[in-house]
Ligand binder design. Sequence first.
Ligand code: DQA
Length: 147
Amino acid sequence: MKVVVIQGPNLNMLGVREQQIYGPMKLEQIHAQMKEFAEQNKIEIEFFQSNLEGEIVDKIQECYGEAHGIIINPAAYTHTSIAIRDAISAVGIPTIEVHISNIHRREEFRKENMVAPVCASSIVGFGPFGYHLAMVGMTQIMQEIAA
Ligand code: DQA
């Protein structure tokens, strides 16, 4: 079973950007924890980060026939990208959306969410721990599909 983790714009700046919102943890540390969980559970895992919408669309398309699950934080594109939403829908791979912050408690424009309706689940507001929760949830989804 293979999971692809896709991180959107500015998530490469975690640990630097708005620490009062996103905390001190760097993306590499989050990925290291996810990798450890994946190894313990015999899941193949791949990580991808891009600041460009089209590259994220390309990556989602590449998952077709390759990955059994996608964990994605589309970051700011969450609120604007019909292209990312359509790509998730097109590949038909179970997808979990993660947001480090609670997007429902922030600015009005973050309440608009293009991707949530095509995702199996959304995890918001748990900080970096949300990625671990997504791994647990994705493991469950993949086991159900394989059974
Ligand atoms: C975010 C929330 C988005 O609104 C924001 O643009 C981000 C990060 C989060 O993880 O909380 O870049 O997706």
